[in-house]
Design a binder for this molecule. Structure first.
Ligand SMILES: [Zn+2]
Length: 224
């Protein structure tokens, strides 16, 4: 399944600039969204990969030519509000369903003010030939939102919510991309750890294998 990630603005067009610069965060949030979607098994294409301008027509053309299944545009808001909202082109289509599928989990994960799903005749929603949504991930001119948007914690929660919604909508199994993976104990090279075990001499080889399964790097048993 192919997801086109459109990181709003860039280069000569910084987007909304207030407490923070919109284009900087659309780039980093969009990049992370795409990275996690790839881990979850989606194919991803980005509208931009660093700080340069891409026209709205070009963004649509890229997604259409690539044959994306879904188009997700990332923006941040301004104008004196607070919270997160997701846009689709019009009511009743797949775009609205996708917008609803991501808006709920993003609000659940971030705890942000829920501004709901809205409709707008934005060019990237209108001129794309697949279901398309545009997420406004918070207000760059709100002290509260801007402070949160800058943190890794909020970004992760946003990505958790967005990917959960996308997976639910597309029927793909969702795994928490930030779940802590428990590593086996690491062995400090220059310090041996002496483990006292009691085994039959004939079982020594098997004992070494079993100990190594616990994450150690046992090579030999000193028989006592
Ligand atoms: Zn924007």
């Amino acid at each position: 399944m192919k997801i086109f990630i459109d990181q709003g603005h860039g280069g000569s067009d910084p987007g909304a600039v207030s407490k923070i610069k919109e284009s900087e965060f659309t780039l980093s949030y969009g990049y992370e969204l795409g990275r996690v979607l790839m881990v979850l098994g989606f194919e991803v294409m980005y509208s931009r990969t660093s700080d340069y301008a891409v026209s709205l027509a070009e963004r649509c053309r890229m997604a259409n030519t690539w044959g994306a299944d879904y188009f997700i545009s990332i923006h941040f808001n301004s104008g004196g509000g607070i919270g997160i909202e997701t846009f689709a082109l019009s009511a009743g289509g797949q775009g609205e369903k996708l917008a609803k599928a991501v808006q709920g989990p993003i609000i659940d994960a971030t705890g942000a003010v829920n501004r709901g799903v809205k409709f707008a005749n934005f060019q990237v929603l209108r001129d794309t030939s697949m279901p398309a949504i545009l997420i406004e991930g918070g207000f760059v001119d709100s002290d509260i939102d801007a402070q949160k948007i800058k943190t890794e914690d909020y970004k992760r929660k946003f990505i958790q919510g967005a990917t959960k919604g996308i997976c639910a909508f597309t029927g793909v199994n969702w795994n928490d991309p930030y779940a802590v993976i428990v590593q086996p104990p690491s062995i400090v090279e220059d310090k041996d750890i002496y483990l006292s075990v009691r085994v039959l001499q004939s079982k020594a080889d098997q004992a070494i294998k079993d100990i190594n399964k616990l994450g150690f790097a046992a090579k030999k048993l000193d028989l006592a």
